[in-house]
Design a protein around this ligand. Structure first.
Ligand SMILES: NC(=O)c1ccc[n+]([C@@H]2O[C@H](COP(=O)([O-])OP(=O)(O)OC[C@H]3O[C@@H](n4cnc5c(N)ncnc54)[C@H](OP(=O)(O)O)[C@@H]3O)[C@@H](O)[C@H]2O)c1
Length: 308
């Protein structure tokens, strides 16, 4: 199936191409279940060659789903993708709207939830990625944590946003969209709009949204969790700090991070991974996690890891 990319129509890659973790679906896009989250590349602002090399390595490994945002480094991360990824790579780039860069502010992003701001953020992403159409877009709501929640005039009615997203899709500015940082009510209201994925925080140690994951899966909607390892920020529980995870890792001769990612893949077939890393060796390990098999006993043990 053709996709619009960089001012021309290109062919989707051969579906027989091996993909880490097997094949998952973001709407009509068949993607590797082990994708890549590009947020950590902000840390390589002063080492652009390594950032570009990491993205090229991801493509060589068969990763064809990359999560980004214009507000990651105020266009810096999208600029890396523009430079490193070519249309021939067949990568499905998923970007976010709902927040804009806030250079010099107390935090480097600010909410931009209103319909006119969503439309402007689409244009900013189109420019920084140098695309004619954003293949898949996350409407990053701010209803549920972790992280900042929308307040005051940034509390915007979901129906107004969904109407905007549908219009952007009808006009071909975006190909498909998902929602994120939402609760059950927003998910229920978004399903008729044809969302293709949900992006909430979720991992082996943070399973508050188990019911949401099940609701999404029942509708054949992908679940693409952020913080699949617990994130890089202090104060959030980390998968790699769990003794049960360390024991399983030792038994299988892999790392704790790999166990955490493999558990997600085994937990529900609708889960797609976007682990973030600025380290090429970690990228390789995360890709390799897509091939880890668990026996029933190990999976049952990992299921007992406490939430939070
Ligand atoms: N929708 C949203 O609001 C939202 C919020 C946050 C993030 N996101 C997206 O979700 C993606 C994933 O979230 P995240 O990056 O914040 O958290 P994460 O993937 O849970 O964890 C990233 C942290 O884990 C480390 N790490 C990664 N692979 C590792 C490995 N194999 N061994 C040891 N450590 C490893 C990274 O350090 P190294 O760099 O040293 O490997 C980094 O400190 C982001 O990159 C971003 O694209 C979305």
């Amino acid at each position: 199936m053709p996709i619009f990319s960089r001012n021309r129509v290109v062919a989707m890659p051969d579906i027989t191409t091996p993909r880490p973790g097997g094949i998952g679906h973001l709407g009509e896009h068949a993607v590797s279940r082990v994708g890549y989250g590009a947020m950590q590349l902000e840390r390589l602002r002063h080492d652009r060659p390594t950032a570009i090399a990491l993205l090229r390595r991801a493509v060589e490994f068969g990763v064809d789903h990359i999560d980004t945002a214009h507000f990651y480094g105020n266009g810096f991360v999208n600029g890396l993708l523009r430079e490193a990824i070519t249309p021939a790579d067949g990568v499905t780039i998923v970007t976010k709207i709902g927040a804009d860069p806030n250079p010099g502010g107390p935090v480097p992003l600010r909410f931009a939830q209103h319909p006119d701001e969503l439309r402007a953020s689409v244009e900013a992403n189109l420019r920084s990625l140098d695309l004619q159409q954003l293949p898949v877009v996350l409407l990053r709501r701010a209803d549920a944590g972790p992280g900042m929640k929308a307040q005051a005039d940034q509390v915007v009615d979901l129906d107004d946003q969904l109407e905007t997203m549908i219009a952007l899709r009808d006009r071909g500015k975006i190909g498909a969209f998902g929602i994120g940082s939402v609760g059950a009510e927003a998910l229920r209201r978004s399903i008729p709009a044809g969302i293709v994925f949900v992006q909430n925080a979720y991992s082996m140690v943070s399973r508050e949204d188990e019911a949401l994951l099940e609701s999404s899966a029942a509708e054949n909607i992908a679940w693409v969790p952020f913080f699949p390892l617990g994130g890089a920020f202090a104060g959030f529980p980390k998968v790699t700090e769990q003794p049960v995870v360390a024991q399983a890792a030792q038994r299988l001769g892999v790392t704790s991070a790999q166990i955490g990612l493999a558990w997600l893949l085994h937990h529900n077939s609708h889960i797609l991974l976007i682990p973030g890393t600025a380290d090429i060796a970690h990228l390789a390990a995360n890709v390799a996690a897509g091939a880890i098999e668990f026996d029933e006993c190990t999976m049952a043990e990992l299921d007992t890891v406490p939430n939070g």
